[in-house]
Design a protein around this ligand. Structure first.
Ligand code: SAM
Length: 396
C-alpha cells in the first residue's frame, strides 16, 4: 500500500474547460512516474500474466523464446482502487518468464517511441529488483523498427510472442501479416476500435484506416449504424487476420464507465492449444466471460459460476446437434470449428460432447476411455436415440 500523503497527481494541460485528465502520478519514494490504472488495463495485464507463464513454460522447454513488446509504455501504474503500484506489460512478461524458469532461454525486446518512457521503464525494472539480463531497449517507431527485427527472425524462426498495444490505429495490417508469416510467432494486438468508430466518416484518416485493415473494404461500412458498423469492422479485421493465422479470437473490452466498446484484444496464433489457453486465461480472471463489459460487468456475488457454465453447455449442445446430426467427424475438427468463432471454451466443447454420448452420438475412443481427446471419432446419430420422457427438455 502506498502512503497517499507522498503521492502527487499531475494533470494534462488540456486547455479546455473539460474535466482535466490525469497525465501521471509521482511518489516521493520513487524515481519514476506512474500512469493511471484503469480496470480494463488491469484485466489485460492479468490475462497476459496468466498466459505468458504457460506460454513460456510450454514453448521454452525445448526452444529459445522471445518476447517483443512494440509499445512498451512507462512500466508503472498507480492503482487508485487498491492504492498500489502495478507493473506494465514488459515487467509482467519478464516476471512470468522467470517464474516459468525460462530466464536463461529468453530474450526480451522493449520498443517504445518516447525516450522518457524508456528511461522510466529502466528505473521501474531497478525498483522491482528484476535483472535486466537478455533485455534490449529499442527507442523509436514500432513500424520502422520491427522491419529489422523481422529480417533477423525470418532467418532463424524462434517462438516469439508479440505484444502490440498502441494508443491509436498506427499499426498496419501488413506488419501483422509479416509477423504471422514467420513460423512460431503469435500476436496479441490491441485493436483500438474507438478510432474507427469515430473516424470512418472523416477523409483525412482514410489512408490510416486502409493501412490498419490492409484493405479498402472498411469503406463499405462507413454509413452503417453503430452496432452493425462495429460488427462489420470487427469481422473484417478478423477475416484479414484469418488469412495469415489459423486461430483468431477477439476479446471485447468496454470503457470502465460506459458500455461502449473501447478496444478489441485480438489474439492470433497458429497453435490451437495457444488459442484455447488464452481463452481460458481470459475467462478465469473475468468471471467465466470472454469480454469485459464495463459497467455491465457481472459482479461476483451475483454469479453462480456452475449454473453459468451449465447454461453455456446446454446451448452449445443444441448448436452441435444442429451442425453435425447424421455425420461422422474427428473430435478435433469440432473443436476447430467452435474454438475461435464462438464464446465457448474448449472444456465446454468437451463436456457437451461427453454428455451427448449414447443419446445423440457415439464416441470412438482412440486413447483415453474416460474423456474425449484429439484423434477420437464422433459418430452422430440421425435422431436422438433414447427418447425418454421429457429428455428433450432436460437436455436442451
Ligand atoms: C498503451 S501504451 C503501452 C502500455 C503497455 N503495453 C502496458 O501494458 O503497460 C502505448 C505506448 O506506445 C507508445 N507509442 C506511441 N506511438 C508509438 C510508436 N509509433 N512506436 C512505438 N511506441 C509508440 C506510447 O508512448 C505509449 O507509451
Amino acid at each position: 500500500m502506498l502512503d497517499t500523503s507522498k503521492l502527487h497527481i499531475h494533470y494534462k494541460n488540456s486547455g479546455s474547460n473539460k474535466k482535466p485528465k490525469i497525465e501521471k502520478y509521482t511518489y516521493d519514494d520513487f524515481d519514476f512516474y506512474m500512469w493511471d490504472y484503469q480496470e480494463q488495463t488491469k484485466i489485460k495485464h492479468e490475462v497476459i500474466e496468466e498466459y505468458l507463464f504457460v506460454w513460456a513454460t510450454k514453448l521454452g522447454s525445448a526452444n529459445n523464446i522471445i518476447y517483443y513488446d512494440g509499445f512498451s509504455g512507462c512500466g508503472a501504474y498507480y492503482n487508485s482502487t487498491d492504492n498500489e503500484l502495478n507493473y506494465g506489460s514488459p515487467i509482467i512478461a519478464k516476471q512470468q518468464f522467470s517464474k516459468a524458469r525460462r530466464d536463461s532461454k529468453s530474450t526480451f525486446y522493449f520498443n517504445e517511441k518516447q525516450n522518457c518512457n524508456i528511461d522510466n521503464l529502466k528505473k521501474v525494472f531497478m525498483h522491482a529488483g528484476i535483472s535486466s539480463n537478455n533485455v534490449n531497449y529499442i527507442q523509436g517507431d514500432f513500424e520502422t523498427n520491427i522491419i529489422h527485427f523481422l529480417e533477423t527472425l525470418e532467418k532463424n524462426p524462434t517462438p516469439t510472442f508479440f505484444m502490440i498495444d498502441p494508443y491509436g490505429i498506427n499499426v498496419s495490417f501488413k506488419t501483422i501479416e509479416k509477423i504471422m508469416n514467420i513460423p512460431k510467432t503469435e500476436v496479441f494486438f490491441n485493436f483500438m476500435y474507438n478510432f474507427p468508430r469515430r473516424f470512418t466518416t472523416k477523409s483525412s484518416v482514410e489512408t490510416n484506416l486502409t493501412n490498419l485493415f490492409g484493405t479498402e473494404k472498411w469503406m463499405n461500412y462507413k454509413d452503417y449504424k453503430l452496432e452493425a458498423k462495429e460488427n462489420a469492422l470487427k469481422e473484417l479485421y478478423r477475416e484479414q487476420l484469418k488469412t495469415c493465422s489459423d486461430y483468431v479470437y477477439q476479446y471485447r473490452m468496454c470503457f470502465p464507465n460506459d458500455k461502449r466498446t473501447y478496444y478489441y484484444l485480438f489474439h492470433a496464433t497458429n497453435n490451437r492449444e495457444g488459442c484455447s489457453i488464452m481463452k481460458d486465461a481470459f475467462a478465469k480472471i473475468n468471471f467465466g466471460n470472454v469480454e469485459f463489459l464495463g459497467p455491465n460487468q457481472p459482479r461476483p456475488e451475483q454469479l453462480n459460476i456452475i449454473d453459468f457454465n451449465q447454461e453455456k453447455i446446454k446451448s452449445l449442445k443444441l448448436l452441435i446437434w444442429e451442425d453435425y446430426k447424421n455425420q461422422t467427424i474427428e473430435y478435433s475438427k469440432i473443436v476447430d470449428k467452435y474454438l475461435d468463432s464462438t464464446i465457448y471454451l474448449e472444456r465446454h466443447i468437451r463436456e457437451a460432447i461427453k454428455s451427448m454420448n449414447k443419446e445423440f452420438l457415439d464416441i470412438q475412443h482412440i486413447t483415453s476411455k474416460t474423456t474425449v481427446k484429439e484423434g477420437d471419432i464422433i459418430n452422430f446419430y440421425s435422431t436422438q436415440k433414447v427418447p425418454e420422457i421429457n429428455s428433450q427438455m432436460s437436455l436442451f
